[in-house]
Design a protein around this ligand. Structure first.
Ligand code: 5GP
Ligand code: MG
Ligand code: MG
Length: 183
């Protein structure tokens, strides 16, 4: 298997590696301005946010702590139920600190809605969300993301951390899969 094998199943590329890097750099510049002089903890949501966490954190020219949470949402197949369980909690104490949740996509918003209120109950100075992608048509819960890379149509995408059955996370671009992959 060579590197192109991973990309072969894409039917359409929505965002190239270069477009993603440029947009992440723009978001980082905004974040740097907004949190100037503030103590910032980035909270990445495993596993999808691994790529954007790595790129966003390195694009930031300020000190940040990088911490991680893993949550699982009970539900059948691809549907979120809104019932969320913590599989891995933060190591950091976020009391009095500025928290920025970093995620790769907001779909129904159930996960991040739950996570925002969970972290909010721990006495942080603030809790905000940065997400690379958002599907406005799929939103079921009000989730206010302060930093959004792009709004996309309500279709299933993979790459740059986003998986289909744990594959395609290591794709450099983001795109849609060929229907033959699902059958
Ligand atoms: P929610 O529905 O709670 O906003 O989305 C939670 C999670 O569902 C996301 O973090 C992501 O892991 C997964 N998800 C939602 N939409 C997509 C998609 O289009 N592609 C992939 N690969 N995962 C998605
Ligand atoms: Mg995620
Ligand atoms: Mg997934």
């Amino acid at each position: 298997m060579d590197a192109s094998d991973v990309a072969d199943d894409l039917v359409e590329v929505l965002f190239t590696e270069k477009q993603i890097q440029d947009r992440v750099a723009e978001l980082a510049a905004e974040i740097e301005r907004d949190y100037d002089g503030k103590d910032l903890v980035l909270v990445g949501v495993l596993r999808g946010a691994v790529m954007i966490m790595a790129d966003l954190a390195r694009a930031l020219g300020k000190h940040v702590e990088m911490d991680w949470m893993a949550v699982s949402s009970y539900g059948s197949g691809t549907k979120s139920s809104g019932v969320v369980r913590i599989l891995k909690d933060l190591d950091a104490d976020i009391t009095g600190r500025h928290v920025l949740i970093v995620d790769e996509i907001i779909d129904t918003g159930l996960t991040l809605s739950w996570l925002t209120s969970n972290l909010g109950s721990r006495g942080p100075a603030s809790v905000e969300i940065a997400t690379l992608l958002r599907k406005p048509e799929a939103l079921q819960m009000p989730v206010k993301a302060r930093y959004v890379g792009w709004d996309i149509p309500n279709e299933f995408v993979v790459g740059y951390g986003l998986d289909y059955r744990e594959r395609y996370r290591n794709l450099r671009d983001i795109g849609t899969l060929s229907p033959s992959v699902y059958s």
